[in-house]
Design a protein around this ligand. Structure first.
Ligand code: MN3
Length: 207
């Protein structure tokens, strides 16, 4: 089945002033759509891969034919990563958004990182130090939360990890508003983090 772009679960302007409307429009309607269009062009010629969910395909990327592996790593990866990204954000100031972690993930963060501040430091560091394009993630790794960075559109699923939440540090995610100041974007981004949605992903990760 061909991949489809889901609409944002909020308005393009909902993440203002932390993420601007123009960035959201371009990022969702153009960048994410391009990953989908490119992935679908490959899947059209490989119906056995098209039958899988995008996340299952990425978990089993090692067994994808060499001729299309890189194209799917980049484009199916881009589709999966952005699909997660939109849903773990929301309008700042709404209940469960911004501020500190809530629910079960809050206790797990304290257990695995010592405090929310320590997690933020490690996560922002992973994002700031990513050379070129990529993502910073909090993943579930065998009963533990971990901070990792991935290059380009590489997916934590391919590494055998479950992505609980992540931030896009490609320039297209922040350049219109923050220009070269990636650390400023990384810091501001926590204001739109949706802890309610993250707790749902955390519950799924634990199974
Ligand atoms: Mn992006």
């Amino acid at each position: 089945m061909a991949y489809e772009l889901s609409p944002l679960p909020y308005d393009y302007s909902a993440l203002e002033p932390f993420i601007d409307t123009d960035t959201m429009k371009l990022h969702h309607d153009k960048h994410h759509q391009t990953y989908i269009t490119n992935a679908n062009a490959v899947l059209e010629t490989h119906p056995e891969l098209a039958a899988k969910s995008v996340d299952d395909l990425l978990k089993d990327l090692a067994n994808v034919p060499e001729s299309v592996k890189t194209a799917l790593q980049n484009n199916a990866g881009g589709h999966s990563n952005h699909s997660i990204f939109w849903t773990i954000m929301g309008p700042a100031g709404k209940e469960g958004i911004g501020g500190g972690p809530t629910g079960a993930i809050a206790g797990q963060i304290t257990k695995d990182f010592g405090s929310f501040d320590e997690l933020k430091k490690a996560f922002n560091d992973a994002g700031a130090k990513r050379f070129g394009s990529g993502w910073a993630w909090v993943v579930w790794d065998n009963g533990k939360l971990k901070v990792i960075g991935t290059a380009n559109q590489d997916s934590p699923f391919t590494l055998g990890l479950y992505p609980i939440f992540g931030n896009d540090v490609w320039e297209h995610a922040y350049y219109l508003k923050y220009q070269n100041l990636r650390p400023k974007y990384l810091e501001a981004w926590w204001n739109v983090v949706n802890w309610t949605a993250i707790n749902k992903r955390f519950a799924t990760a634990k199974g």
